[in-house]
Design a protein around this ligand. Sequence first.
Ligand SMILES: [Cu+2]
Length: 153
Amino acid sequence: MKKLLPVIIIALLLTAPVFAASAASDVVSVIDPHVRAVPPGQKISAVFLQLENSSDQPHMLVAASSPAAEVVELHFHIHENGMMKMRRVMEITIPARGKTVLQPGGLHIMLINLKENLKLNQQVSLTLEFADGSNKTMTAPVRKILLPGMMKK
Ligand SMILES: [Cu+2]
């Protein structure tokens, strides 16, 4: 019976990480990431996607990077004096058990200084970095997307 105690302690130590907070990269799923197709020569584009948080605590996206662009920033679109403007945001929160949608006219990931022209259906590598230091890499296909400010009336 005396030998059982150390076994129990080891078992508890092994299961302990299960109770620790999960890394954002493990509990935040990325749904339908895609990159906006732009005309050849245009140096900027945007990535849209949905972030779904399956955990009981909020997580924050704080940065993104891609080999396709020199600079990648988190942005938000706002309407100001009838104009569509963009603002950089330092973080994008994904609420506990919630979903955050990055879509045209709202939050997006900005690709600045594209290194080469994007081709339709090309897979662009993208890495998301979360506030807890974890990160997630995926590929996003290039698709044609109309931005609300550019739609014909
Ligand atoms: Cu932007």
